[in-house]
Design a protein around this ligand. Structure first.
Ligand code: M5T
Ligand code: MG
Length: 606
């Protein structure tokens, strides 16, 4: 659609306002002109309608029975036809332009949200439920779209119809005009009463709706867990409760709407009745002409109709306003500044990393890392070892600035990490996450993900070979074009990890982080990967998190973490020479391996 009409630099951030109507107006930027055009067309259509009644009055009072010739009568008839056509044409234009504004604005808003949500910080995503984000980017945007397409334009229509017809009746007869608006104050009070209630109920309803979406989304993502734990009944029960709650809230919302309708209908009905009866009496008495009465009877409908709909529109508008707030709550969130930073080197970093008394906690929680100090020379490898929950992942997550440390300092090549723009850091650091995520795309696309330049097949194969996954991929009928995930192959945990390793290697980062990257891989494959990586790790600073001593013993520096603190640090030989966790783990793992070996031999000899 005509998104090109919109100023390119427009961002919905500029439409953040505590005045929701003002905000919605700003959100329309680039479409405001055609929207005003839509409202003007409505006005013209309304004038044409009212003119029809006035022409009718003229026809009845001044033409009928005066012996005008056929040509003149034809002319009057043509007038009726012209007015009808004009009304139709401008109504059409109005609807079209309003729709264009609404669709264009919604399109832009959805695109913006998609973009924006991905730029929010890790901390934001940790706290926000996916279902909530989904709902706000779809259903709430839809409500905002309806605000432009139906409600705002509807309000314009109401005001214009009312004003035009009221003025026309006023000019015919003041008493009639006053008579036809006698219930307006009552209607206003009634509408106001419902407006507040519907707003609140709609908000509750949307919140509940978000809860239902979240539950649905979580269950679909975690369907395996649900089945494995045979918790279907429990989950269904939970879902039904939330869904029932949504139904209840929806019912209460509809109840408000449906209470409003009859009450406004009764008022409007009384109004109409009074108008027809009193107007009729006036016509019989001769206070007004027959033509005036006819015109009045036609026009008064277009006074009462708007009054009756005013409340409905205002009440519905409250939903658009609430949704505006819900969408803007996301828009208002600060994006994680990617390119902000005072130090952006031309080339690559060398990779010297120094931690000095670093402390870190997630949000308000307790300290996850305490007094972390160590030093890595460029090209060295660091291994992190420690029980689960000891803070290994948290430590490496600080390097690409996924999270900001609270105290102490981390320097890269002698410059504080916070001075580097995040996008630069992330281009220098490759991370294989503990639980890698692959997109539902081809394996080729997954491996080349995040590389901006064209990559040759050879490069992709080389990365896959280093990750010991090339052979596996080639064994699929479609090779590198095999789709991963729902509509394609389901990769095993270890295969996924290796695709993720290949993906990171292809980016050729100066600093490599492998967070438990070989945890789902058997010892033999791990050996293969380790040997291949050995070559690739040369010249890069590497962080390896692993649980097997074998995978860490060759590191230049081994850090043993416990409850967020470094309890031991040094090379394998140093650590073996001291008492402590490291030696304990070493002996434990060696014993287990021995026992396994013996058992294996025993079963073979039997
Ligand atoms: C250390 C907490 C976690 C634990 C501590 C990733 C993450 C962790 N934590 C959060 O509160 N939010 C988060 O996003 O931090 O956790 P870790 O750094 O993940 O530990 P680990 O990597 O050593 O453990 P493991 O199991 O991967 O070996 O208290 O709750
Ligand atoms: Mg971890």
């Amino acid at each position: 659609m005509t998104i090109s009409n919109a100023p390119a630099q427009f961002s919905p951030k500029q439409a953040v306002s505590s005045n929701r109507l003002l905000g919605l107006w700003r959100l329309m930027r680039g479409f405001r002109l055609i929207y005003v055009g839509a409202v003007l067309s409505l006005g013209i259509a309304a004038l044409a309608k009212t003119a029809t009644y006035l022409l009718l009055r003229y026809f009845v009072d001044d033409v009928l029975g005066r012996g005008f010739g056929v040509p003149f009568l034809l002319l009057v008839a043509l007038g009726f036809v012209g007015l009808a056509l004009g009304e139709g044409l401008f109504s059409f234009l109005s609807g079209r332009w309003a729709a264009r504004t609404a669709e264009g604005t919604a399109l832009r808003l959805r695109n913006y949200l998609f973009d924006h949500i991905q730029r929010l910080s890790f901390a934001y995503h940790d706290q926000t439920r996916t279902g909530e984000l989904l709902q706000r980017s779809t259903s709430d945007v839809e409500a905002v779209r309806r605000f432009y397409a139906d409600q705002a334009i509807g309000l314009g229509r109401i005001i214009i119809l009312f004003a035009v017809n009221f003025v026309a009746i006023w000019n015919l007869n003041r008493n009639l005009a006053i008579l036809s608006v006698i219930v307006v104050p009552v209607l206003v009070v009634v509408s106001y009463f419902f407006f507040g209630r519907v707003s609140r109920r709609y908000e509750e309803y949307q919140e509940q709706d978000a809860r239902v979406s979240t539950r649905l989304q979580e269950n679909l993502t975690g369907v395996r867990v649900v089945k494995a734990f045979a918790r279907q009944a429990y989950e269904i029960d939970k879902f039904e409760k939330e869904n029932w709650d949504k139904f209840q809230k929806g019912r209460r919302l509809i109840l408000m709407h449906s209470l409003y309708w009859p009450s406004s209908d009764i008022l409007a009905g009384l109004q109409m009745l009074a108008g027809f009866v009193i107007g009729g009496i006036m016509a019989i008495n001769g206070t007004i002409t027959a033509g005036t009465y006819l015109a009045y009877a036609g026009m008064v409908i277009w006074i009462i109709w708007p009054m009756r709909n005013l409340g409905r529109i205002i009440v519905q508008m409250s939903t658009g306003l609430v949704s505006y707030d819900r969408v803007m709550a996301i828009v208002r969130e600060e994006e994680e500044p990617l390119s902000e930073g005072s130090y952006r080197p031309r080339g690559n970093v060398r990779g010297e990393i120094v931690f000095n008394d670093v402390g870190f906690s997630y949000g308000e929680g307790e300290q996850v890392l305490k007094h972390i100090s160590f030093r890595v020379e460029p090209g060295q490898s660091v291994a992190l070892l420690g029980s689960t929950g000891s803070g290994k992942t948290s430590l490496v997550n600080l390097l690409p600035r996924f999270y900001e440390y609270d105290s102490g300092s981390i320097t890269l090549d002698g410059v504080e990490l916070k001075e580097y723009p995040r996008d630069y850091l992330r281009s220098q650091i490759g991370i294989v996450e503990q639980e890698p995520f692959l997109f539902s795309r081809t394996i080729r696309e997954n491996i080349s993900y995040g590389v901006d330049r064209e990559v040759s097949d050879e490069e992709i194969y080389a990365a896959a070979r280093a990750a010991a996954i090339h052979e596996v991929i080639m064994s699929f009928p479609e090779g590198y074009d095999t789709l991963v995930g729902e509509r394609g192959v389901t990769l095993s945990g270890g295969q996924k990890q290796r695709v993720a390793i290949a993906r990171t290697l292809l980016r050729n980062p100066r600093i490599l982080i492998l967070d438990d990257a070989t945890s789902s891989v058997d010892t033999e494959t791990e050996g293969l990967i380790r040997r291949a990586l050995q070559r690739l790790m040369e010249g890069r600073t590497t962080f390896v998190i692993a649980h097997r001593i074998q995978s860490v013993m060759n590191a230049d520096l081994i850090l043993v973490l416990d409850k967020g603190e470094i309890v031991q640090m040094g090379r394998h030989e140093d650590l073996m020479a001291q008492e402590g966790i490291y030696r304990d783990i070493y002996h434990l793992q060696a014993r287990i391996e021995d026992e396994l070996q013996q058992e294996l031999e025993a079963t073979v000899t039997v």
